[in-house]
Design a protein around this ligand. Structure first.
Ligand code: AMP
Ligand code: ZN
Ligand code: FE
Ligand code: FE
Length: 289
């Protein structure tokens, strides 16, 4: 581990829509020579304790995490929570409506696909996602396997994305509620992949100021699709608003064409870790991460 230079604070496991188990992610992080890993599954912390145990046994720092889908006016914002206690029952209870609404939404979307004449069932979807949160990427994979579409993008574009014929909305908390809930659970709230919000970069300045005012702690500046120019812009916004800077790949295994961070390619620097850990330490001196 002596030469470890990168961290990856944004990954998904089979507990949401990634295709690797927490154990596989920990193994891969060690192979990639990472200095730290965070598991940030969508709307669930169920894989975190396992990842942390395995990390501890292997000498890899695994930071607890979660990625919460939220809304702020017309925007969908993904808020990452770091350093939360994965055994916090109140947090788990708060996440439950998100999990329930995803389930309900899946069954409505399957119904819509059937109405379009596609041979697909809820049983097949259950088989495609034996543990954890089932989402649109699982439905997309079935459509690919059946030869109805040829890739994930086409599945989303033709059927699953907002406004497409099989799309259905679902419940979400506001970004402000998510930030304060993450704080209550002892964590830090970070805005994920902020360029996604508006690729033209016109809305981020005001939105980030507003989120900061409501307690946002950091910005995910290092993200595979962020160009150097975009990173610079977010670095300046982070400095202006005294926000932490984080980074992660959003690795999903086979369900997304992106790799886990590694020295020779996408590499959020391990120097990001100390300020993050220091801020967490200040929050709860007596609790381990
Ligand atoms: P859901 O949780 O069911 O709303 O699905 C959201 C997931 O779908 C996220 O992890 C996204 O990364 C993924 N996703 C959204 N759009 C696309 C796309 N065009 N191609 C592949 N994955 C996508
Ligand atoms: Zn995902
Ligand atoms: Fe996200
Ligand atoms: Fe993600």
């Amino acid at each position: 581990m002596q030469n470890a230079m990168c961290i990856d604070l944004h990954t998904h496991s089979t507990y949401s829509d990634g295709t690797c188990t927490p154990a596989e992610l920990v193994d891969m992080a060690i192979q990639h020579n990472l200095h730290a890993l965070a598991l940030t599954d969508h709307d669930t912390v169920d894989g975190v304790a396992m990842a942390q145990q395995l990390g501890q046994a292997a000498g890899l720092l695994v930071l607890s995490g979660v990625e919460i889908s939220t809304t702020l006016r017309q925007h969908t914002l993904h808020i990452l929570g770091y350093g939360i206690d994965p055994n916090d029952k109140d947090l788990q209870e708060w996440l439950r409506p998100l999990q329930e609404s995803r389930k309900k939404r899946n069954s409505i979307m399957i119904g819509k696909l059937q109405a379009l004449g596609i041979d697909i069932s809820e049983e097949e979807l259950a088989l495609a996602s034996p543990v954890g949160q089932t989402g649109r990427p699982h439905i997309a994979r079935i459509l690919i396997d059946k030869g109805i579409v040829s890739n994930m993008n086409e599945a989303f574009r033709r059927y699953l994305t907002r406004g497409a014929p099989a799309w259905e909305g679902r419940f979400s908390y506001s970004a402000f509620e998510a930030i304060s809930r993450i704080h209550q659970a002892g964590g830090l709230a970070v805005l994920a992949h902020p360029a996604h919000i508006d690729p033209g970069m016109r809305t981020q300045g005001l939105l980030i100021a507003e989120l900061r005012h409501r307690g946002l702690d950091g910005l995910e500046v290092h993200y595979p699709s962020h160009t150097r120019k975009i990173r610079k812009k977010f670095q300046a916004l982070a400095a202006e608003h005294h926000l932490l800077i984080t980074g992660g790949s959003d690795f999903h295994g086979n369900s997304k064409a992106v790799n886990m961070a590694t020295d020779s390619a996408f590499c959020p620097p391990c120097s990001l870790l100390a300020p993050l850990l220091a801020r967490l330490d200040k929050k709860h001196e007596h609790r381990s991460i």
